[in-house]
Write a protein that binds this ligand. Structure first.
Ligand SMILES: *Cc1c(COP(=O)(O)O)cnc(C)c1O
Length: 393
C-alpha cells in the first residue's frame, strides 16, 4: 500500500488491515500467504555487476525487508529498519550524532538508554543532559547549541509520564535538533510520533510488536529520506541486523497487533477500575485516568491509554507477601507480551538509580508495575485480590 497517500485519520481506520496486508505480502513465486524465511547469507549474481537486488544479508534480506517496509507503513515514515534488539536500534540512531554533540533525555528514560549514553557514548564525547521533558518551558530554557537531539518516551517508564510530542518537536526544530521518540509502550496503533512532528521513531519490538515474549528485536522508522539513508548506511556499516527468522516472527506478531492491543487496553481499564477503589492502593498511575498529570496531552496525541499501570501499595500491606502470592500474573522484567507481568521497579528495572533520586522522582519502594496481558480479566483480578488478602498486615 502507498503510505504516502494516506492521511493520519485514514491510517487509524486502515491500520487493522495494514498490519495484515501491509508491507510485502506472501510469496509471488508460489502464492504462499506467509512471507518466506530467506535463511541465506549471500545471493547468486547473474554476471559481474548484475544482481537480483540482494548481495549480502547484512545489507539486505527479503524477510527482513518485508518487516522493514511494514513498520515504515505503520509509522507513516520514509524508511524502516530492523535491528537485533531495541538497544541495537537506539545505538544506531545515536550514531547520527558527532563528537561534541549533546542529547536531551528525561530522567525516566529506559535504563538501557541512559546506560549507553552514560557509559559508552560519553567516551566518544557525545554528552547527555537530563531535562524534565514533560515541562516544555524547562526544555526551552535548557536547550542550547550543543543539543542536536531530544530523545523521549511518552508514556515513560515507570510512572507513565507524558511528554507533549508536538510541543517538543516545535522547540527542537526551532533549535535545529532532531526529535527521537521511543514508541515501545504505545505501538503505531496507539500513537504515531512522526505524524506529531518527530523525525525518528523507534521500538523495542521485543515488547508489544512481537507480543509473545519470544523474540528480542528493535525497529527504527525515519520520517525523511535523508535521515533514512544515513541510518541505512549505519545499519549496514555497524551490522546489528535482525535475523531472517526473527524478522518473520515479528511480521507474524504484528498481524495481531490491533486485536491484542484492544484486549490489552480493555483489560488494563478493567484493572484500573478495580485498583482505583482498593484500600491497598494509595496512588495509581495510568494515562487513561483524568486525574493523571498529562491526561489531556496524551488524549490529544494518542488513540488510547495503553496497558501499563503503576501503583503504590499501601504501607498496611507487605510488599514481599504481595509478590509471593501473585500466581497467574508473572513476576518478571519486560512487558507487552500476551501474558501479564508484574515488576518492582525499585529493585528491578530502576535499581541502578540512587535511592534518593528514586524517592525524588516517585519511584518509591512500594511502587508496583503491571504489564496487563490478554488473559481473562476476572482471573487477573482474582489473582490480585488473593495477593492483597495475603499481604494485608
Ligand atoms: C525494552 C525496552 C528497550 C530496550 O529494548 P531491547 O529489545 O530489550 O533491547 C528500549 N526502550 C524501552 C521503552 C523498552 O521497554
Amino acid at each position: 500500500m502507498e503510505s504516502d497517500m494516506i492521511t493520519e485519520a485514514d491510517l487509524q481506520s486502515l491500520i487493522s488491515t495494514l498490519v495484515i496486508h501491509g508491507g510485502t505480502e506472501g510469496d509471488e513465486r508460489t502464492g504462499a500467504v506467509s512471507v518466506p524465511i530467506y535463511q541465506t547469507s549471500t545471493y547468486k549474481q547473474q554476471e559481474l555487476g548484475v544482481n537480483s537486488g540482494y548481495e549480502y544479508s547484512r545489507t539486505g534480506n527479503p524477510t527482513r525487508e518485508a518487516l522493514e517496509i511494514l513498520i515504515k507503513e505503520l509509522e507513516a515514515g520514509a524508511t524502516g529498519l530492523a535491528f537485533a534488539s531495541g538497544m541495537a536500534a537506539i545505538t544506531a540512531v545515536l550514531m547520527l550524532l558527532k563528537s561534541g554533540d549533546s542529547v536531551i533525555i528525561p530522567s525516566n528514560i529506559y535504563g538501557g538508554t541512559f546506560r549507553i549514553l552514560d557509559k559508552i557514548f560519553k567516551n566518544f564525547n557525545i554528552d547527555y543532559e537530563i531535562v524534565d521533558t514533560s515541562d516544555l518551558e524547562e526544555v526551552e530554557k535548557r536547550i542550547n547549541p550543543k543539543v542536536k537531539a531530544i530523545l523521549i518516551e511518552s508514556p515513560a517508564n515507570p510512572l507513565l509520564t507524558i511528554t507533549d510530542i508536538r510541543g517538543i518537536s516545535e522547540i527542537a526544530h526551532r533549535h535545529g535538533a532532531l526529535v527521537i521518540v521511543d514508541n515501545t509502550f504505545m505501538t503505531p496503533y496507539l500513537q504515531r510520533p512522526l505524524n506529531l512532528g518527530a523525525d525518528i521513531v523507534l521500538h523495542s519490538a521485543t515488547k508489544y510488536l512481537g507480543g509473545h515474549s519470544d523474540v528480542i528485536a528493535g525497529l527504527v522508522v525515519a520520517k525523511g529520506n535523508n535521515i533514512g539513508e544515513r541510518l541505512k548506511f549505519i545499519q549496514n556499516a555497524t551490522g546489528g541486523v535482525l535475523s531472517p527468522f526473527d524478522s518473520w516472527l515479528l511480521v507474524r506478531g504484528i498481524k495481531t497487533l490491533t486485536v491484542r492491543m484492544d484486549r490489552h487496553v480493555e483489560n488494563a481499564e478493567y484493572l484500573v477500575e478495580y485498583l482505583k477503589n482498593h484500600a491497598g492502593v494509595t496512588k495509581i498511575y495510568y494515562p487513561g485516568l483524568p486525574e493523571n498529570e498529562g491526561y489531556s496531552v496524551h488524549k490529544q496525541q494518542a488513540y488510547g491509554p495503553g496497558a501499563m499501570i503503576s501503583f503504590v501499595l499501601s504501607e498496611d500491606y507487605d510488599i514481599k507477601e504481595f509478590f509471593r502470592n501473585i500466581k497467574v500474573i508473572t513476576l518478571g522484567e519486560s512487558l507487552g507480551g500476551v501474558e501479564s507481568l508484574v515488576s518492582h521497579p525499585a529493585s528491578m528495572t530502576h535499581a541502578s538509580i540512587p535511592y534518593e533520586v528514586r524517592q525524588k522522582v516517585g519511584i518509591v519502594d512500594n511502587l508496583i508495575r503491571l504489564s496487563v496481558g490478554i488473559e481473562d480479566s476476572g482471573t487477573l483480578i482474582n489473582d490480585l485480590e488473593n495477593a492483597f488478602k495475603k499481604a494485608g498486615k
